[in-house]
Design a protein around this ligand. Structure first.
Ligand SMILES: Nc1ncnc2c1ncn2[C@@H]1O[C@H](COP(=O)(O)OP(=O)(O)OP(=O)(O)O)[C@@H](O)[C@H]1O
Length: 285
């Protein structure tokens, strides 16, 4: 199996929104970051993968199977923004409950993770901070023989220190070639740190699905005035945006652009900048 998740032509229609033929995959051993503005369709995609909503068309193959049977479900670790375990439960009680829910529950792993994350055994969860709750949800997701972790906006609202701890945990998990992660996030700097691939969804469609290194190391933004913009070979432009006195132009090959336009100011592009240019800019020829 080369891919932990293959989504092909996924389509779902709501009254005011259509997820339109979404296709991308999560290669085994990789971390794929799903980005896009609010309402782009990230959660709808994830919910379809998890079988929480009915798709209208397309196929979803999770860990080699199109049918989400119990064996496959056990191998998916899910972390949402607000994972809701009963607030009166302690982690000790949660451990007992999870033992009944998951055949593959690994008590030893869970207890070790609680220790690693400094989570108390006896406190009710209502006394946990948001960061503690998130770490607990990740501990649960990592304690039932998960092969694919799916995180939907799981790190939003967490401070940089806890987020960094969580990114380390995710990187550690993905070291194993049989483990893979799909993570949606608005914190693109986190994805710049850990993702191998970036999938960008805009208005229900995949704009691109690319290796992160290609975006960060090869893409470039040319910042120029009107005359310089006019002189650019339009086939070099992916998207461009006219600001007050400046044109911002996204190009796929920064090094080639530097050779072709030696006088131009060409910077590397962050994922945020690339996303903004695609959303607010106009397409090149
Ligand atoms: N059950 C539903 N009924 C009707 N419309 C829905 C439903 N669920 C989602 N939508 C709509 O589908 C669109 C995509 O929502 P979705 O939650 O997938 O976006 P998202 O990319 O995850 O956004 P965010 O970053 O804000 O979480 C939105 O316009 C939303 O209002």
């Amino acid at each position: 199996m080369n891919d932990a998740l293959i989504i092909s032509g996924l389509t779902k229609t709501y009254k005011d929104f259509m997820l339109n033929g979404v296709s991308f995959s999560v290669p085994c051993g990789s971390i794929v970051g799903l980005i896009g503005e609010n309402g782009a369709g990230k959660s709808t995609t994830i919910n379809a993968v998890l079988g929480l909503i009915q798709k209208e068309a397309g196929s979803i193959c999770v860990l080699g199977k199109e049918q989400l049977d119990n064996e496959i479900k056990e191998q998916i670790g899910v972390v949402f923004d607000g994972n809701n375990y009963p607030e009166i439960f302690s982690t000790r009680k949660l451990n007992r409950v999870m033992k009944d829910i998951y055949h593959s529950w690994e008590e030893h792993t869970f207890l070790n993770l609680l220790k690693k994350f400094s989570l108390p055994a006896d406190k009710p969860m209502k006394q946990f901070s948001k960061g503690m709750k998130m770490k607990l949800a990740i501990a649960v997701a990592l304690s039932h023989n998960s092969k694919l972790l799916i995180l939907d906006e799981a790190t939003s609202g967490l401070d940089p220190v806890i987020r960094d701890d969580i990114l380390d945990i995710l990187l550690d998990f993905a070291q194993d070639e049989t483990h893979s992660i799909l993570i949606s996030s608005h914190i693109t700097t986190d994805l710049e740190k850990i993702a191998d691939y970036i999938v960008f969804i805009h208005e229900g469609q995949v704009v691109f699905s690319k290796p992160k290194d290609e975006l960060i190391e090869q893409y470039g933004i040319i910042k120029c005035g009107a005359a310089q913009f006019e002189a650019l070979d339009k086939s070099d432009i992916i998207v461009y945006r006219k600001m007050d006195y400046e044109w911002q132009v996204l190009a796929a090959d920064r090094a080639a652009m530097k050779k072709k336009y030696p006088k131009a100011l060409i910077d590397s592009a962050s994922i945020d900048e690339i996303m903004l240019l695609y959303i607010k800019g106009e397409r090149g020829k």
